[in-house]
Ligand binder design. Sequence first.
Ligand code: AMP
Length: 176
Amino acid sequence: MNKFDISKLEKSVREVPDFPKPGIKFKDITPILINPKLLAMSIEALASHVDSSSIDKIIGIDARGFIFGSLLANLLGKGFIPVRKEGKLPWQTESQAYDLEYGKSVIEIHKDAIDPGERILIVDDLLATGGTAEAAVKLVEKLSGTVDSLLFFIELEFLNGRELLKNTKVQSVLKY
Ligand code: AMP
């Protein structure tokens, strides 16, 4: 296995049909998480897309974005900010509503998570329609931060999420 055996990572994502709703093909990353070599490789592959000197902090989006985002933050020596589903953060929050591939939701960030002008990398496990990522971008802007770029482990290209995010740099490790 070389350093970034992308095809090995790709083959290790399990596709679960009709979860959580009929018609959705859910990309299950747990076979990667459970394997230490694949987990390390997935974080190295994410890190290969990042210019560490151009970011101050990393956001991970609830919930699988926490896994990749916090491991990446640790590897790069950056602080980690959780963006959570509504009602989960204990301190004062900013909120943003958005549409999902399967439903509607609200995400929140602590008001003191970002200092004005800080450059933020936003990480999530998967880019589908882009609605979640777009909401995270709006949260950063509400706190007067600057979004450096968006980074996903998986991108579902056929859903064209990049179109919604066209004002922001978007990168991904695996494309389906
Ligand atoms: P979207 O806002 O449509 O880009 O959806 C992205 C969010 O929904 C991410 O946080 C994903 O974890 C989750 N998600 C959407 N579609 C899928 C899918 N087919 N498989 C796994 N997760 C998904």
